[in-house]
Design a protein around this ligand. Structure first.
Ligand SMILES: [Zn+2]
Ligand SMILES: [Zn+2]
Length: 326
């Protein structure tokens, strides 16, 4: 009899790159590809995961620290990439050479587009005027290229992927032996999500890049066996740190990142204490210190006797975390 195992491995976590692997039954999924393909493969080998056995890549949102190695990794392995449609479009827009811009300019454009979308109802594609059509021509061309031939060479289309699958927040789907439940997060990307992943009765959640723990997120983070939650910054370090005021405002906002205090507030007040492992992730290198994040979470967990059984781990930026198995 074959004994399946469920395994969760953080390859990297932090503002310089995020990526984890979930293995359940016979299925292996890479969640985000925020490091270069070469570095992802190096880390996978380090933790005993064979890149060739990956079945798919799931993307939370289009920020650079989650997609840096995406196109190269997906093409090299020939595996499908799962996005929301909005995230896929935003990612392609960023990669399109004709419209190449700095990451900062691109973030600003995304913010403006999100604001415009909120202000106006969705426009039908047939209503686009000439300027919008030419702006979208490249995107439309590459979408139709996916559906028909000829397929452009990767050097002509850096956003070319072997296969693209769309999912929507709030609509769970099955990927091999793993059930994936994407949920909306409050973050300044086009359509950001977190995931609950279930395999063999084991429930694991990836909840980083959150401005705050919204009610829908709280509802998802229940009855878990493993929780990867953001503990991005120490409020004092951020306030007195080197970032410009506008960036500080962004990080602190309801669509920014979760502070140590906000993460521990969640653990203390709303978390059901069910998980065997709580992993703190996406720690800022400039505005946090692992010991501050750990102390805040430990204080929250030790405040309730029922949480003392939870094992607290810290995911790191520069090396993978030892795999957690169930
Ligand atoms: Zn982000
Ligand atoms: Zn991030």
């Amino acid at each position: 009899m074959l004994i399946w195992m469920v395994r969760f491995t953080v390859l990297a976590s932090g503002s310089r790159g995020n990526s984890s692997i979930v293995t359940g039954g016979g299925t292996r999924i890479l969640i985000d590809a925020g490091l270069s393909c070469r570095e992802l493969f190096r880390r996978m080998k380090e933790v005993g995961e064979d890149p060739a056995k990956l079945d798919a890549i799931l993307i939370t949102h289009e920020h650079q620290d989650h997609v840096n190695g995406l196109a190269v990794t997906a093409r090299k392995l020939g595996i499908p990439v799962y996005f929301t449609e909005g995230t896929h479009r935003a990612w392609k827009r960023w990669l399109t050479p004709r419209r190449q811009m700095t990451y900062k300019q691109w973030l600003e454009q995304c913010r403006q587009q999100a604001a415009a979308r909120k202000a106006e109802p969705e426009e039908l594609e047939t209503d686009l005027d000439a300027d919008e059509l030419s702006d979208n021509a490249e995107e439309i061309a590459s979408i139709s290229a996916e559906a028909s031939q000829p397929v452009p060479a990767p050097e002509k289309d850096p956003a070319l992927l072997p296969s693209v699958q769309y999912f929507a927040a709030g609509q769970p789907f099955i990927l091999g032996d793993i059930r994936v439940s994407p949920f909306t997060t409050s973050h300044d990307a086009v359509d950001p999500v977190g995931f609950v992943l279930e395999a063999e009765g084991v429930r694991m959640a990836v909840a980083t890049d959150l401005g705050y723990v919204a009610p829908n997120v709280k509802a998802q983070l229940r009855a878990l066996d493993l929780l990867l939650i953001e503990s991005n910054h120490d409020l004092e370090m951020l306030r007195s740190g080197p970032y410009p005021w506008s960036v500080k405002q962004r990080v602190l906002s309801r669509v920014g990142h979760l502070s140590n205090d906000a993460a521990s507030d969640f653990l203390e007040r709303d978390y059901d204490g069910h998980a065997t492992y709580v992993i703190l992730g996406h720690l800022s290198e400039n505005n946090n210190h692992p010991e501050l994040a750990r102390t805040a979470a430990e204080r929250a967990l030790s405040g309730r006797a029922s949480l003392l059984g939870n094992r607290l781990l810290l995911a790191e930026q520069h090396q993978p975390l030892k795999s957690v198995s169930f």
